[in-house]
Design a protein around this ligand. Structure first.
Ligand SMILES: [Zn+2]
Length: 88
């Protein structure tokens, strides 16, 4: 597996964890816009889900890598949908 492929897999797994936890969510009207829900409890839940996914062997590599990926997903998510806020 190439390094690039692994990074892609990590990003997708991180996104999956963040979505499952409700830490981030796609805008209900613009499915390409990922929004940060700004919920610290949901963020903690995302990290817990990531830890469990590594323990369960669903994601390969060290736990820190996936936790970093989750953090990146949350950090890079928009604070709100730019289209919806523009429409208001
Ligand atoms: Zn929107």
């Amino acid at each position: 597996m190439s390094i690039k492929h692994h990074a892609q897999e990590l990003t997708e797994a991180g996104l999956d964890c963040a979505l499952k936890a409700g830490a981030v969510a796609y805008c209900s009207r613009h499915e390409e816009i990922l929004c940060d829900k700004r919920d610290p409890e949901a963020n903690d839940r995302a990290y817990a889900i990531a830890t469990n996914a590594v323990k369960a062997g669903e994601v390969s590599g060290p736990r820190e890598e996936l936790l970093d990926a989750v953090k990146t997903v949350i950090d890079t998510a928009a604070s709100g949908c730019p289209y919806c806020s523009a429409a208001r």
